[in-house]
Design a binder for this molecule. Structure first.
Ligand code: FES
Length: 180
């Protein structure tokens, strides 16, 4: 004969109800703070879109007519002992190409590395060192240009009204675009 005392069905139902309420309450307690973290983490998620990129200008600073503007590229350099912010590492031409799009070209001539200038009257670029000329999209304008390739385009995004660029240098004097 068993010593156990049978539990009335109504007590069992009460027990199950209490356990269910505790589980649901626990889930709500855990889920609410996690949901609350999303707005806080949002800038981190957005920053991941621009990882490896540097901000060069606001989109509003670019002329609406599509005239390119030259901007310095400032980056943060880190070595074993130091972290130095706003170090000039180069410069780029940024051109507004649409409502929220830009074209970014490296300002260094792919021939031998002189600084390319913008020629407003000719609506293109010109390198004074050996007279290479480039169209607004960076392609070679004059076939007699000694530059072996057009100006180097750089990856860019417009995020929250700011222009971010993945700055990169390329080998000079090469017909192929080789990152260095
Ligand atoms: S460095 Fe630009 S044409 Fe030679």
């Amino acid at each position: 004969m068993s010593d156990s005392v049978p539990v009335p069905p109504s007590d069992r139902r009460t027990f199950v109800s209490k356990v269910s309420a505790a589980v649901i309450g626990g889930l709500i307690t855990v889920a609410a703070p996690i949901a609350g973290l999303f707005p806080i983490l949002d800038p981190l998620r957005r920053r991941s879109d621009t990882r490896g990129m540097v901000r060069v200008t606001s989109f509003a600073a670019l002329p609406e007519g599509g005239e390119p503007r030259k901007f310095p590229v400032l980056d943060t350099l880190v070595d074993a002992w130091n972290k130095t912010e706003n170090v000039p590492v180069g410069s780029v031409y940024v051109q507004r190409t649409g409502d929220n799009t830009v074209r970014v070209l490296h300002s260094v001539c792919p021939h031998l590395g002189c600084s390319v200038g913008y020629n407003a009257s000719g609506r293109g670029y010109f390198c004074p060192c050996h007279k290479s000329s480039f169209a607004l999209d960076g392609s070679i304008a004059d076939p007699k240009s000694p530059s072996p390739r057009g100006m180097d385009p750089l990856e860019a995004v417009v995020r929250d009204g700011e222009v971010w660029v993945k700055f990169q240098n390329f080998r000079k004097g090469s017909p192929e675009r080789i990152a260095v």
